[in-house]
Design a protein around this ligand. Structure first.
Ligand code: FAD
Length: 321
């Protein structure tokens, strides 16, 4: 029995979440004294694949097929489920990323497996039972889930587990799955990148702003602060609804869920729907001119002040640092 971990790539380079899930799965594998096998789908170079050995994978299954160069939910789910069966794996780990959120339930249904999506910590394993802490109700609560199915699927929240280099090496094997034509109900023809900036769901630092900024013309100071910190930019829902910022930056219950190490909220009131998307951030800094703003209740650090005075000073101080 081994543990299988699915690793995502962008344009042939593994995403940060790939190293997180491998490190996480390696800890589980060590705990139950088994091997860790990774599966990669898409056009990834051999040295990149073998590099997963440094994080604990002993073998990497490589699915390199022209038709799978872009993400196709149904097809990827079928392939990963097939790999779980052919490796005899009892635990599958993947990231609870955009694509992971679509894949995990499909794979679990195909394998009749229990699913813990949004896992936050290493699971406890007791015989055939696995318990794990996870997010619940759009990040407004935590749950501890017990899985007792034969096969178990864990989708790990991005940024929930630190990558660890263990220094091993991995062999790379070609995996040629049965590709079912009916899995290709949708086909990605072209990918147009909205931005070359830090990817929001994976960012370690996020600088986010709300209606307190008055208008799109004032976002220069947000971008400058983000640049000084190497951060991604985000916004509240009304800001993207008004067209001040693209919808790809909207965080919250109806937007992207982020869990960075540092979330800086500027001129955002802290409505429950916004907090649903950010409450698992490790450190929250709030800048708001209203001392009664609800966001301060969940902040680790708060600055009561006018964003138009505070933010440029903060950026200046960081640049001088
Ligand atoms: P406001 O509530 O208008 O707050 C602006 C804040 O800026 C205030 O706290 C004010 O004190 C402060 N401010 C003003 N001027 C300054 C200044 N010069 N310096 C510093 N601070 C200043 N919202 C989301 O964000 N994400 C979601 O996913 C989401 N989903 C929703 C789903 C549903 C079903 C519903 C009903 C609502 C949802 N909302 C969501 C909307 C949410 O309820 C709030 O209306 C929204 O988050 C408020 O955005 P805001 O904080 O930018 O604006």
């Amino acid at each position: 029995m081994s543990i299988l971990v699915y690793v995502e790539n962008t344009d042939g380079k593994f995403k940060k979440s790939a190293f997180e899930v491998v490190s996480y799965a390696k800890s589980i594998a060590d705990n139950i004294q088994t091997d860790l096998v990774a599966i990669s789908i898409g056009n990834v170079a051999g040295d990149e694949l073998a590099g997963l050995g440094k994080y604990g994978a002993s073998k990497v299954l490589n699915v390199d097929n022209e038709r799978l160069a872009s993400f196709v939910n149904q097809a990827y789910a079928s392939i990963i489920a097939e790999a779980v069966k052919s490796t005899g794996s009892k635990i599958l780990v993947l990231s609870n990323s955009f694509s992971g959120k679509g894949l995990a339930p499909r794979i679990a249904a195909k394998l009749e497996a229990g699913l813990a999506d949004g896992a936050l910590e290493l699971p406890k394993i007791n015989g055939d039972k696995l318990t794990v802490k996870k997010t619940a109700f759009s990040n407004k609560a935590f749950a501890t889930l017990e899985l007792s199915s034969d096969i178990k699927v864990i989708a790990l929240s991005p940024n929930a587990y630190e990558t660890k280099e263990t220094g091993g090496s991995a062999t790379v094997e070609t995996f040629a799955p049965n590709i079912d034509q009916t899995d290709f109900t949708t086909m990605v023809k072209e990918i147009v990148r909205a931005t070359d900036k830090v990817s929001l769901p994976e960012a370690e630092i996020v600088v986010s702003a709300g209606r307190g900024l008055k208008g799109p013309e004032n976002w220069g100071m947000v971008e400058e602060l983000a640049e000084a910190l190497g951060a991604a930019t985000a916004c509240s829902k009304p800001v993207s609804d008004a067209g001040w910022r693209p919808h790809s930056e909207h965080v919250g219950q109806t937007g992207i869920v982020v869990s960075p190490n540092l979330y800086i909220a500027i001129g955002i009131s802290g409505a429950i729907q916004h907090l649903a998307g950010v409450s698992s951030s490790k450190t929250i800094v709030v800048i708001n001119k209203d001392p009664e703003a609800p966001f301060f209740k969940v902040a680790d650090y708060g600055i009561v002040g006018d964003a138009f005075e505070v933010v440029p000073k903060l950026t200046q101080a960081l640049k001088a640092y």
